[in-house]
Design a protein around this ligand. Structure first.
Ligand SMILES: Cc1cc2nc3c(=O)[nH]c(=O)nc-3n(C[C@H](O)[C@H](O)[C@H](O)COP(=O)(O)OP(=O)(O)OC[C@H]3O[C@@H](n4cnc5c(N)ncnc54)[C@H](O)[C@@H]3O)c2cc1C
Length: 586
């Protein structure tokens, strides 16, 4: 097969908020940038972000970045790296103003300043009264940010490869990353992009679970590409379940709904969150609220004929407020739950939402791996956004911190790549063996197989993850989960692709995505089995307490040999005093 080749200074894989913020930094300078995305850029999942982006602007209530830093560390259940968290919270205000000036139409206060709403886990004075830190463009903040960044990239002349699918990274014997093999989805033709630096910004892997808030495309491709290149994935046992998905369907009802005054009730009409989080109530951190809902339903206090969900009440709020601040939520509830939240409560249940784990990086976005007692960067490789683990979210992400993460570290990586390019002025010779290996993996999917369909196997994987690795976990169930997932991996080999020639190519993409998901499922279940404590989103019924003595460390999963390793949490911030672990109550 002939292989077209293109050369750029930088290859950015992923055109969500993370990729586009990085490419904007680069294209503004002299670097030539290729941005590859498997969907048209403005269809990336960032577009679906509803509630907003955190920055301590203090426009509505008193605030400062140091309180934001404390809340983020506490939210992370002390697993977040404090240097990266300080860096993110300190830069937040600057980045939000930058977005405002680039054209993001933020909602406004009467005096013209940016509107800010209360979100879960936010406090004043290091754990005191509720703060209001989330800047929003109604409930379509991600839409506004993504479109603005895309338009700015068009102006800066970033080179887009829309609807191209990245298959694998190319690396040489010295460990340098030299670019990637990509596939033109329309024609099915492969192409090689050579680059001095490659940035992975491929987003999360919510499609691992049956009930999730994520787009169909969120299959964690970049994470799996890293795994196959020998890079471990960090903290994969921490997957966030958002408390308020539409019951039975999974679509997200933003935390902004509770931030605007909504609250949860059980079948007895009780505001049960007051029992679980006396101070923060409905705005406790997400892991806490998700477990509370799960426990209410398990105790028989669920709502509906099957008693399998709780209710989110908004109908006590003025209809004008719902119309101006939560129009998208209203539409979602009407379409998918058949209720108008201005008149009746919305049935909700926890739904898989956010990948806290990912490709290990430092705060410049460089991918770092342990070597001996220390760490080394993978030369030429960067990762930012939901596919990366820097780690600012630790064991549990706070709402509004991911849109912040993607712009802060997107910019940081862009800036660092500029420096790297000054030192590394030439393309390194291509490693043909690595290209051949990537091509061979692709060509394996030219054989269509006789077994079950890709869709069947994907559904089985999602069901297995839901059953064996959900909100609550235990040794016994996780052990079974590993066996079930290994079985699913074995079945992959015989999978049947649609053999109708016109849709064959799309079927091949779905098979490649499934292969990625299976690797990530294994990473998640192995990491969860290994961690014998409960922390943040990882709740073990057999080890219900947090265990700082043994487990205040990041996990690393390697695909080869399916083995685990660990590295310390960075407890030392850059310039301020550390926040040492203490019991986490809301
Ligand atoms: C419904 C919903 C609501 C949310 N609301 C909020 C919120 O209010 N506030 C907040 O802070 N966070 C929110 N989040 C989380 C936040 O939106 C995401 O974590 C963040 O936008 C991820 O950005 P990203 O750039 O890393 O990835 P994405 O936006 O997911 O972009 C990934 C990109 O990678 C490309 N890609 C992936 N695989 C390949 C491949 N193999 N080849 C080529 N291209 C590929 C895709 O085409 C896409 O362009 C929400 C998430 C969801 C799902």
């Amino acid at each position: 097969m002939s292989l077209a080749r293109r050369r750029f200074d930088t290859l950015v894989i992923g055109a969500g908020g993370a990729g586009l913020r990085a490419s904007l930094s680069l294209a503004g300078l002299d670097a030539s940038v290729a941005v590859v995305s498997k969907v048209f850029p403005t269809r990336s999942h960032t577009v679906a972000a509803q509630g907003g982006i955190n920055a301590a602007l203090a426009n509505v209530l008193p605030d400062n970045w140091h309180w934001h830093m404390y809340d983020t560390i506490k939210g992370s259940d002390y697993l977040g790296d404090q240097d990266a968290i300080e860096y993110m919270c300190r830069s937040a205000a600057h980045l939000v103003y930058e977005l405002e000036h680039a054209g993001v139409p933020f909602s406004r206060l009467d005096d013209g300043r940016i509107y800010q709403r209360a979100f879960g886990g936010q406090s004043q004075h290091f754990g005191g009264a509720q703060a209001a830190r989330t800047c929003a463009a109604a409930d379509r903040t991600g839409h506004a940010i993504l479109h603005t960044l895309y338009q700015q990239n068009i102006r800066a002349r970033s080179h887009f490869f829309d609807e191209f699918f990245a298959v694998d990274l190319i690396r040489d014997e010295q460990g340098y990353i030299l670019g990637a093999l990509i596939l033109d989805i329309e024609s099915g033709e492969p192409m090689l992009i050579e680059a001095k630096t490659t940035l992975l910004a491929t987003g999360g892997a919510g499609q691992l679970f049956r009930t999730n808030t994520n787009a169909h495309i969120n299959t964690g491709d970049g994470l799996a590409m890293a795994l196959r290149a020998g890079i471990p994935l960090q903290d994969m046992e921490f997957f966030q379940f958002h408390p308020t998905g539409i019951a039975g369907k999974g679509m997200l009802i933003s935390e902004g709904a509770r931030g605007e005054g909504g609250y949860l009730i059980n079948a007895e009409g009780e505001r049960f969150m007051r029992r679980y989080a006396p101070q923060a109530g409905d705005l406790a951190s997400r892991d806490v609220v998700s477990r509370a809902i799960y426990n209410e339903v398990k105790a028989g206090r669920g709502c509906g004929p099957r008693r399998d969900h709780v209710l989110l009440k908004l109908d006590h709020l003025p209809e004008t407020l719902i119309a101006s601040r939560l129009p998208g939520i209203r539409q979602l509830a009407q379409t998918f739950a058949g209720v108008d939240p201005a008149r009746a409560p919305i049935p909700v249940y926890p739904t898989a939402h956010y990948t806290m784990g990912g490709i290990p990086t430092n705060r410049h976005g460089q991918v770092v791996v342990p070597v001996g007692q220390g760490e080394e960067t993978i030369p030429g490789l960067y990762a930012v956004g939901e596919c990366a683990c820097v780690s600012v979210h630790g064991a549990n992400r706070l709402g509004g911190n991911s849109l912040l993460d993607i712009v802060v570290f997107g910019r940081a990586a862009g800036n660092h790549i500029v420096e790297y390019l000054k030192e590394n002025r030439f393309h390194r010779p291509l490693d043909e063996a690595s290209v051949a290996a990537a091509m061979a993996r692709l060509q394996r999917w030219d054989q269509r197989g006789e077994g079950e369909s890709v869709a069947t196997l994907r559904a089985d994987l999602q069901q297995a993850m839901q059953e064996y690795c959900g909100v609550y976990r235990s040794e016994e169930v996780l052990r079974e989960g590993v066996v079930v997932l290994q079985g699913i991996r074995a079945r992959l080999n015989g999978v049947r692709l649609q053999d109708h020639s016109r849709i064959f190519n799309v079927a091949r993409i779905e098979a490649l995505e499934l292969e990625n998901l299976v690797a990530l499922g294994l990473a998640t279940v192995h990491s969860a089995l290994a961690r014998r404590e409960s922390r943040g989103a990882h709740s073990r019924v057999d080890y219900p307490a947090r265990d700082d003595e043994h487990w205040l460390k990041h996990s690393l999963f390697y695909l080869e040999g399916e083995r685990m390793d660990y590295k310390p949490v960075q407890l030392k911030p850059l310039s301020v005093a550390s926040f040492p672990p203490k019991p986490r109550v809301y």
